[in-house]
Design a binder for this molecule. Structure first.
Ligand code: GLY
Length: 412
Protein backbone atom coordinates (compact mmCIF):
# COMPACT_ATOMS: atom_id res chain seq x y z
CA UNK A 1 0.00 0.00 0.00
CA UNK A 2 1.45 3.45 -0.77
CA UNK A 3 2.24 5.26 2.45
CA UNK A 4 1.79 8.82 1.15
CA UNK A 5 -0.31 10.55 -1.45
CA UNK A 6 2.90 11.54 -3.34
CA UNK A 7 4.07 7.91 -3.34
CA UNK A 8 0.63 6.81 -4.50
CA UNK A 9 0.66 9.34 -7.37
CA UNK A 10 4.20 8.38 -8.32
CA UNK A 11 3.34 4.68 -8.37
CA UNK A 12 0.19 5.44 -10.36
CA UNK A 13 2.28 7.40 -12.85
CA UNK A 14 4.73 4.51 -13.11
CA UNK A 15 1.87 2.09 -13.60
CA UNK A 16 0.38 4.33 -16.25
CA UNK A 17 3.75 4.58 -17.99
CA UNK A 18 4.15 0.82 -17.79
CA UNK A 19 0.66 0.49 -19.27
CA UNK A 20 1.63 2.78 -22.10
CA UNK A 21 4.82 0.82 -22.72
CA UNK A 22 2.83 -2.41 -22.62
CA UNK A 23 0.26 -1.06 -25.02
CA UNK A 24 3.04 0.10 -27.36
CA UNK A 25 4.59 -3.35 -27.09
CA UNK A 26 1.23 -4.88 -27.90
CA UNK A 27 0.95 -2.59 -30.92
CA UNK A 28 4.45 -3.51 -32.05
CA UNK A 29 3.66 -7.17 -31.49
CA UNK A 30 0.44 -7.06 -33.46
CA UNK A 31 2.10 -5.28 -36.37
CA UNK A 32 4.80 -8.00 -36.27
CA UNK A 33 1.98 -10.47 -36.93
CA UNK A 34 1.41 -8.89 -40.32
CA UNK A 35 5.12 -8.52 -41.11
CA UNK A 36 6.15 -8.25 -44.73
CA UNK A 37 6.43 -11.77 -46.15
CA UNK A 38 9.54 -12.68 -48.12
CA UNK A 39 9.02 -13.39 -51.78
CA UNK A 40 11.33 -14.10 -54.69
CA UNK A 41 12.51 -11.48 -57.11
CA UNK A 42 10.70 -11.88 -60.43
CA UNK A 43 11.09 -9.50 -63.34
CA UNK A 44 9.75 -5.97 -62.72
CA UNK A 45 8.05 -3.64 -63.61
CA UNK A 46 4.94 -5.68 -64.42
CA UNK A 47 1.42 -4.64 -65.43
CA UNK A 48 -1.51 -7.04 -65.69
CA UNK A 49 -4.92 -6.08 -67.04
CA UNK A 50 -7.80 -7.07 -69.28
CA UNK A 51 -7.12 -7.02 -72.99
CA UNK A 52 -7.42 -3.54 -74.48
CA UNK A 53 -6.92 -2.35 -78.05
CA UNK A 54 -5.46 0.96 -76.94
CA UNK A 55 -1.76 1.86 -76.61
CA UNK A 56 -2.28 2.76 -72.94
CA UNK A 57 -0.62 -0.36 -71.52
CA UNK A 58 2.66 0.36 -73.32
CA UNK A 59 2.42 3.99 -72.22
CA UNK A 60 1.77 2.95 -68.62
CA UNK A 61 4.76 0.64 -68.73
CA UNK A 62 6.93 3.52 -69.94
CA UNK A 63 5.58 5.62 -67.04
CA UNK A 64 6.90 2.96 -64.65
CA UNK A 65 10.28 2.82 -66.41
CA UNK A 66 10.46 6.62 -66.09
CA UNK A 67 9.96 6.38 -62.33
CA UNK A 68 6.25 7.19 -62.39
CA UNK A 69 3.85 6.20 -59.66
CA UNK A 70 2.26 2.74 -59.90
CA UNK A 71 -1.26 4.05 -59.29
CA UNK A 72 -0.83 6.66 -62.03
CA UNK A 73 0.17 3.83 -64.38
CA UNK A 74 -2.84 1.67 -63.46
CA UNK A 75 -5.21 4.65 -63.76
CA UNK A 76 -3.75 5.58 -67.14
CA UNK A 77 -5.02 2.24 -68.48
CA UNK A 78 -8.44 2.52 -66.79
CA UNK A 79 -8.93 6.13 -67.93
CA UNK A 80 -8.01 5.22 -71.51
CA UNK A 81 -10.82 2.66 -71.59
CA UNK A 82 -13.26 5.10 -69.96
CA UNK A 83 -12.48 7.65 -72.69
CA UNK A 84 -12.96 5.10 -75.47
CA UNK A 85 -16.59 5.12 -76.73
CA UNK A 86 -15.98 1.73 -78.35
CA UNK A 87 -15.51 -0.05 -75.02
CA UNK A 88 -19.11 -0.47 -73.94
CA UNK A 89 -18.19 -1.92 -70.54
CA UNK A 90 -16.71 1.22 -68.94
CA UNK A 91 -17.00 5.02 -68.96
CA UNK A 92 -18.25 6.81 -72.09
CA UNK A 93 -20.47 4.45 -74.10
CA UNK A 94 -20.80 1.96 -71.24
CA UNK A 95 -24.01 -0.02 -71.57
CA UNK A 96 -26.70 1.46 -69.32
CA UNK A 97 -29.06 0.24 -66.63
CA UNK A 98 -32.57 -0.98 -67.44
CA UNK A 99 -33.78 2.64 -67.73
CA UNK A 100 -31.12 3.56 -70.26
CA UNK A 101 -28.96 5.51 -67.79
CA UNK A 102 -25.21 4.81 -67.57
CA UNK A 103 -24.09 4.27 -63.96
CA UNK A 104 -20.39 3.79 -63.27
CA UNK A 105 -18.38 2.21 -60.44
CA UNK A 106 -14.63 2.48 -59.75
CA UNK A 107 -12.01 2.19 -57.04
CA UNK A 108 -8.28 2.39 -56.55
CA UNK A 109 -5.67 1.47 -53.95
CA UNK A 110 -2.22 2.99 -53.63
CA UNK A 111 0.18 0.50 -52.06
CA UNK A 112 3.01 2.84 -50.95
CA UNK A 113 0.70 5.21 -49.05
CA UNK A 114 -1.78 2.45 -48.06
CA UNK A 115 -4.73 4.57 -49.14
CA UNK A 116 -7.90 3.84 -51.08
CA UNK A 117 -10.71 5.67 -52.86
CA UNK A 118 -13.93 4.56 -54.46
CA UNK A 119 -17.12 5.78 -56.14
CA UNK A 120 -20.32 3.85 -56.88
CA UNK A 121 -23.39 4.29 -59.08
CA UNK A 122 -22.16 7.59 -60.51
CA UNK A 123 -24.07 9.17 -63.40
CA UNK A 124 -22.88 11.75 -65.96
CA UNK A 125 -19.17 11.63 -65.07
CA UNK A 126 -16.90 9.75 -67.46
CA UNK A 127 -13.60 9.29 -65.61
CA UNK A 128 -14.81 7.70 -62.41
CA UNK A 129 -11.45 6.02 -61.76
CA UNK A 130 -9.96 9.50 -61.45
CA UNK A 131 -12.83 10.57 -59.21
CA UNK A 132 -12.02 7.56 -56.99
CA UNK A 133 -8.44 8.81 -56.75
CA UNK A 134 -9.70 12.30 -55.91
CA UNK A 135 -11.84 10.86 -53.10
CA UNK A 136 -8.66 9.19 -51.80
CA UNK A 137 -6.52 12.30 -52.11
CA UNK A 138 -8.89 15.09 -51.20
CA UNK A 139 -11.38 13.76 -48.67
CA UNK A 140 -11.37 12.01 -45.34
CA UNK A 141 -13.63 9.34 -46.85
CA UNK A 142 -12.95 6.21 -48.84
CA UNK A 143 -16.21 5.82 -50.76
CA UNK A 144 -18.81 8.17 -52.22
CA UNK A 145 -21.94 6.98 -54.01
CA UNK A 146 -24.68 8.18 -56.34
CA UNK A 147 -25.71 11.81 -56.50
CA UNK A 148 -23.26 12.86 -53.78
CA UNK A 149 -20.37 11.34 -55.73
CA UNK A 150 -21.53 13.14 -58.87
CA UNK A 151 -21.75 16.48 -57.06
CA UNK A 152 -18.31 15.90 -55.52
CA UNK A 153 -16.85 15.16 -58.96
CA UNK A 154 -18.34 18.35 -60.42
CA UNK A 155 -17.05 20.35 -57.46
CA UNK A 156 -13.58 18.93 -58.16
CA UNK A 157 -13.77 20.02 -61.80
CA UNK A 158 -14.87 16.85 -63.58
CA UNK A 159 -17.25 17.76 -66.43
CA UNK A 160 -20.84 16.53 -66.45
CA UNK A 161 -21.55 14.80 -69.75
CA UNK A 162 -23.99 12.43 -71.39
CA UNK A 163 -22.34 9.00 -71.27
CA UNK A 164 -24.92 7.22 -73.40
CA UNK A 165 -23.52 7.16 -76.92
CA UNK A 166 -25.80 6.63 -79.89
CA UNK A 167 -24.30 3.16 -80.31
CA UNK A 168 -25.00 2.11 -76.70
CA UNK A 169 -28.46 3.71 -76.78
CA UNK A 170 -29.40 1.60 -79.78
CA UNK A 171 -28.12 -1.62 -78.18
CA UNK A 172 -30.20 -0.74 -75.10
CA UNK A 173 -33.22 -0.15 -77.33
CA UNK A 174 -32.69 -3.54 -78.93
CA UNK A 175 -32.65 -5.10 -75.47
CA UNK A 176 -35.77 -3.18 -74.40
CA UNK A 177 -37.61 -4.36 -77.47
CA UNK A 178 -36.70 -7.98 -76.85
CA UNK A 179 -37.13 -7.89 -73.10
CA UNK A 180 -39.31 -10.48 -71.49
CA UNK A 181 -39.90 -11.23 -67.85
CA UNK A 182 -36.43 -12.76 -67.75
CA UNK A 183 -34.65 -9.75 -66.37
CA UNK A 184 -32.90 -8.97 -63.08
CA UNK A 185 -36.09 -8.68 -61.02
CA UNK A 186 -36.93 -11.74 -58.93
CA UNK A 187 -34.87 -14.29 -57.01
CA UNK A 188 -31.12 -14.25 -57.69
CA UNK A 189 -28.87 -17.16 -58.53
CA UNK A 190 -28.18 -17.79 -54.84
CA UNK A 191 -31.85 -17.98 -53.86
CA UNK A 192 -33.50 -21.35 -53.24
CA UNK A 193 -36.37 -20.04 -55.36
CA UNK A 194 -34.16 -19.45 -58.39
CA UNK A 195 -34.92 -21.66 -61.38
CA UNK A 196 -32.74 -22.00 -64.44
CA UNK A 197 -34.44 -20.22 -67.29
CA UNK A 198 -36.18 -23.00 -69.16
CA UNK A 199 -34.98 -21.78 -72.51
CA UNK A 200 -31.40 -21.93 -71.41
CA UNK A 201 -31.64 -25.31 -69.81
CA UNK A 202 -32.95 -26.64 -73.08
CA UNK A 203 -30.95 -24.59 -75.52
CA UNK A 204 -27.55 -23.58 -74.33
CA UNK A 205 -26.12 -26.38 -72.24
CA UNK A 206 -22.49 -25.29 -72.03
CA UNK A 207 -20.73 -28.55 -72.61
CA UNK A 208 -23.15 -30.59 -74.66
CA UNK A 209 -25.70 -28.43 -76.46
CA UNK A 210 -28.31 -30.55 -78.14
CA UNK A 211 -28.22 -30.34 -81.93
CA UNK A 212 -31.98 -29.72 -81.89
CA UNK A 213 -31.46 -26.46 -80.00
CA UNK A 214 -29.25 -24.76 -82.53
CA UNK A 215 -31.94 -23.84 -85.10
CA UNK A 216 -34.05 -22.19 -82.39
CA UNK A 217 -31.13 -20.06 -81.15
CA UNK A 218 -30.26 -19.16 -84.69
CA UNK A 219 -33.87 -18.17 -85.38
CA UNK A 220 -33.84 -15.88 -82.34
CA UNK A 221 -30.57 -14.32 -83.41
CA UNK A 222 -31.92 -13.80 -86.92
CA UNK A 223 -34.93 -11.92 -85.60
CA UNK A 224 -32.65 -9.79 -83.44
CA UNK A 225 -30.54 -8.94 -86.47
CA UNK A 226 -33.68 -7.78 -88.29
CA UNK A 227 -34.74 -5.68 -85.30
CA UNK A 228 -31.23 -4.20 -85.04
CA UNK A 229 -31.50 -3.11 -88.67
CA UNK A 230 -34.91 -1.49 -87.95
CA UNK A 231 -33.46 0.40 -84.98
CA UNK A 232 -30.71 1.73 -87.21
CA UNK A 233 -27.76 -0.15 -85.74
CA UNK A 234 -24.93 0.02 -88.27
CA UNK A 235 -24.32 -3.27 -90.13
CA UNK A 236 -20.80 -3.53 -88.70
CA UNK A 237 -22.22 -3.23 -85.16
CA UNK A 238 -25.13 -5.65 -85.49
CA UNK A 239 -23.34 -8.82 -84.50
CA UNK A 240 -21.95 -7.12 -81.39
CA UNK A 241 -25.36 -5.66 -80.49
CA UNK A 242 -27.14 -8.99 -80.83
CA UNK A 243 -24.49 -10.66 -78.73
CA UNK A 244 -24.80 -8.03 -75.99
CA UNK A 245 -28.55 -8.57 -75.92
CA UNK A 246 -28.28 -12.36 -75.93
CA UNK A 247 -25.44 -12.42 -73.40
CA UNK A 248 -25.37 -9.36 -71.09
CA UNK A 249 -21.84 -8.96 -69.81
CA UNK A 250 -20.09 -7.52 -66.78
CA UNK A 251 -17.08 -6.28 -68.69
CA UNK A 252 -14.78 -4.23 -66.52
CA UNK A 253 -11.18 -3.02 -66.55
CA UNK A 254 -8.81 -3.85 -63.75
CA UNK A 255 -5.11 -2.95 -63.85
CA UNK A 256 -2.43 -3.73 -61.28
CA UNK A 257 1.11 -2.40 -61.61
CA UNK A 258 4.39 -2.94 -59.74
CA UNK A 259 7.58 -0.98 -60.34
CA UNK A 260 11.24 -1.97 -59.95
CA UNK A 261 11.19 -0.86 -56.30
CA UNK A 262 8.30 -3.24 -55.59
CA UNK A 263 5.80 -0.42 -55.09
CA UNK A 264 2.39 -1.71 -56.13
CA UNK A 265 -1.09 -0.32 -56.84
CA UNK A 266 -4.36 -1.33 -58.48
CA UNK A 267 -7.49 0.22 -59.98
CA UNK A 268 -10.81 -1.05 -61.33
CA UNK A 269 -13.52 0.68 -63.35
CA UNK A 270 -16.80 -0.47 -64.90
CA UNK A 271 -20.24 0.42 -66.16
CA UNK A 272 -21.31 -2.76 -64.35
CA UNK A 273 -23.86 -5.29 -65.31
CA UNK A 274 -25.80 -4.34 -68.41
CA UNK A 275 -29.53 -3.64 -67.93
CA UNK A 276 -29.11 -3.69 -64.14
CA UNK A 277 -31.67 -2.30 -61.72
CA UNK A 278 -30.85 1.40 -61.18
CA UNK A 279 -28.71 1.79 -58.07
CA UNK A 280 -27.19 -1.67 -58.32
CA UNK A 281 -23.58 -1.58 -57.20
CA UNK A 282 -21.27 -4.38 -58.25
CA UNK A 283 -17.92 -5.54 -56.93
CA UNK A 284 -15.76 -3.04 -58.81
CA UNK A 285 -15.99 -0.13 -56.32
CA UNK A 286 -15.88 -2.40 -53.27
CA UNK A 287 -12.42 -2.26 -51.73
CA UNK A 288 -11.54 -5.90 -51.09
CA UNK A 289 -13.81 -7.30 -53.81
CA UNK A 290 -13.15 -5.62 -57.18
CA UNK A 291 -9.70 -4.45 -56.14
CA UNK A 292 -7.35 -4.83 -53.19
CA UNK A 293 -3.72 -3.86 -52.76
CA UNK A 294 -1.45 -4.38 -49.79
CA UNK A 295 2.06 -3.00 -50.20
CA UNK A 296 3.44 -5.87 -48.10
CA UNK A 297 1.98 -8.54 -50.35
CA UNK A 298 0.51 -7.57 -53.70
CA UNK A 299 -2.56 -6.54 -55.63
CA UNK A 300 -5.59 -8.29 -57.09
CA UNK A 301 -8.62 -7.27 -59.10
CA UNK A 302 -11.64 -8.84 -60.70
CA UNK A 303 -13.86 -8.88 -63.74
CA UNK A 304 -17.01 -10.96 -63.97
CA UNK A 305 -19.97 -11.65 -61.71
CA UNK A 306 -19.90 -8.82 -59.19
CA UNK A 307 -22.49 -10.36 -56.91
CA UNK A 308 -20.50 -13.58 -56.55
CA UNK A 309 -17.22 -11.76 -56.04
CA UNK A 310 -18.57 -9.51 -53.29
CA UNK A 311 -19.65 -12.58 -51.30
CA UNK A 312 -16.10 -13.97 -51.17
CA UNK A 313 -14.37 -10.55 -50.89
CA UNK A 314 -12.34 -11.92 -53.78
CA UNK A 315 -9.45 -9.49 -54.16
CA UNK A 316 -8.83 -9.30 -50.40
CA UNK A 317 -9.06 -13.06 -50.01
CA UNK A 318 -6.44 -13.52 -52.73
CA UNK A 319 -4.04 -11.04 -51.17
CA UNK A 320 -4.44 -12.62 -47.73
CA UNK A 321 -3.85 -16.12 -49.12
CA UNK A 322 -0.66 -14.85 -50.79
CA UNK A 323 0.40 -13.35 -47.47
CA UNK A 324 0.04 -16.82 -45.97
CA UNK A 325 2.37 -18.25 -48.61
CA UNK A 326 0.22 -19.26 -51.57
CA UNK A 327 1.43 -18.37 -55.05
CA UNK A 328 -0.71 -15.93 -57.07
CA UNK A 329 -2.13 -18.84 -59.03
CA UNK A 330 -2.92 -20.96 -55.94
CA UNK A 331 -4.50 -17.98 -54.18
CA UNK A 332 -6.68 -17.20 -57.20
CA UNK A 333 -7.84 -20.79 -57.63
CA UNK A 334 -8.53 -21.12 -53.89
CA UNK A 335 -10.73 -18.01 -54.07
CA UNK A 336 -12.60 -19.36 -57.09
CA UNK A 337 -13.20 -22.54 -55.06
CA UNK A 338 -14.89 -20.37 -52.40
CA UNK A 339 -17.31 -19.16 -55.06
CA UNK A 340 -17.90 -22.80 -56.02
CA UNK A 341 -18.36 -23.66 -52.33
CA UNK A 342 -21.12 -21.07 -52.06
CA UNK A 343 -23.05 -23.25 -54.49
CA UNK A 344 -21.83 -26.59 -53.11
CA UNK A 345 -20.06 -26.99 -56.47
CA UNK A 346 -23.48 -27.31 -58.11
CA UNK A 347 -22.62 -27.06 -61.80
CA UNK A 348 -26.22 -26.39 -62.75
CA UNK A 349 -25.70 -23.00 -61.06
CA UNK A 350 -21.98 -22.38 -61.46
CA UNK A 351 -22.26 -22.59 -65.21
CA UNK A 352 -24.04 -19.22 -65.01
CA UNK A 353 -21.12 -17.59 -63.20
CA UNK A 354 -18.30 -15.72 -64.97
CA UNK A 355 -15.27 -14.74 -62.88
CA UNK A 356 -11.71 -13.70 -63.62
CA UNK A 357 -8.98 -12.54 -61.22
CA UNK A 358 -5.85 -10.57 -62.14
CA UNK A 359 -3.18 -11.13 -59.50
CA UNK A 360 0.19 -9.46 -59.07
CA UNK A 361 2.56 -10.08 -56.18
CA UNK A 362 4.92 -7.43 -54.86
CA UNK A 363 7.94 -9.31 -56.24
CA UNK A 364 6.53 -9.35 -59.79
CA UNK A 365 5.03 -12.88 -59.80
CA UNK A 366 1.58 -12.81 -61.39
CA UNK A 367 -1.35 -14.96 -62.49
CA UNK A 368 -4.70 -14.67 -64.23
CA UNK A 369 -7.29 -17.20 -63.13
CA UNK A 370 -10.84 -17.75 -64.33
CA UNK A 371 -13.73 -19.92 -63.22
CA UNK A 372 -14.28 -21.22 -66.77
CA UNK A 373 -11.71 -21.80 -69.49
CA UNK A 374 -13.76 -20.17 -72.22
CA UNK A 375 -16.62 -17.77 -72.86
CA UNK A 376 -18.87 -18.23 -75.86
CA UNK A 377 -16.28 -20.64 -77.21
CA UNK A 378 -13.32 -18.23 -76.97
CA UNK A 379 -10.29 -19.19 -74.86
CA UNK A 380 -9.85 -16.61 -72.13
CA UNK A 381 -6.72 -14.49 -71.95
CA UNK A 382 -5.37 -11.56 -69.96
CA UNK A 383 -2.75 -8.99 -70.84
CA UNK A 384 0.72 -8.85 -69.28
CA UNK A 385 3.49 -6.31 -69.81
CA UNK A 386 6.84 -7.05 -68.16
CA UNK A 387 8.97 -5.55 -70.89
CA UNK A 388 7.11 -7.53 -73.53
CA UNK A 389 3.40 -6.95 -73.99
CA UNK A 390 1.48 -10.17 -74.62
CA UNK A 391 -1.69 -12.10 -73.93
CA UNK A 392 -1.55 -15.15 -71.67
CA UNK A 393 -4.27 -17.74 -71.04
CA UNK A 394 -6.09 -17.67 -67.72
CA UNK A 395 -5.62 -20.73 -65.54
CA UNK A 396 -9.16 -22.07 -65.27
CA UNK A 397 -10.78 -23.87 -62.36
CA UNK A 398 -13.20 -25.59 -64.73
CA UNK A 399 -12.78 -26.56 -68.36
CA UNK A 400 -15.72 -25.42 -70.44
CA UNK A 401 -17.82 -22.44 -71.38
CA UNK A 402 -19.92 -20.62 -68.89
CA UNK A 403 -23.43 -19.57 -69.84
CA UNK A 404 -24.27 -15.94 -69.45
CA UNK A 405 -27.39 -15.26 -67.41
CA UNK A 406 -30.14 -14.20 -67.82
CA UNK A 407 -30.49 -16.06 -71.01
CA UNK A 408 -31.73 -15.10 -74.40
CA UNK A 409 -34.75 -12.91 -73.81
CA UNK A 410 -37.96 -14.01 -75.47
CA UNK A 411 -39.02 -11.85 -78.35
CA UNK A 412 -42.24 -9.96 -77.82
N1 GLY B 1 -17.66 -6.98 -62.22
C1 GLY B 1 -18.43 -5.90 -62.60
C2 GLY B 1 -19.78 -5.88 -62.05
O1 GLY B 1 -20.33 -6.92 -61.71
O2 GLY B 1 -20.35 -4.83 -61.96
Amino acid sequence: MPSTRREFLSRSAMAATAGLVLSQAATADSSANVATPNFGNAKKPVIITRHTNLPTVGQAYQMLLDGGDTLDAALHICKGQEDDPNDDTVGLGGLPNEEGVVELDACCMHGPSRRAGSVAAVRNIKNVCMVARTVMQRTGHVMLAGEGAERFAVAEGFPRENLLTDRSRKIWLLWKETMSNEDWWGPGLDSPEWKPPAELARNVAPRNPQPDDVPQIQAQAKRLYAMAADIGIAPADRQHAVRRVLFPSTGTIHASAVNTKGEISGATTTSGLEWKIPGRVGDSPIIGAGCYTDQDVGSAGATGSGEENIKVAGAHTIVELMRQGMSPREAGLATLRRIARNYNSDMSKLRYVDMEYYILRRDGEYAGVSLWSSAAGDGRKFLVHDGTQRMEPFVALYQGTYVEWPIVPKLK
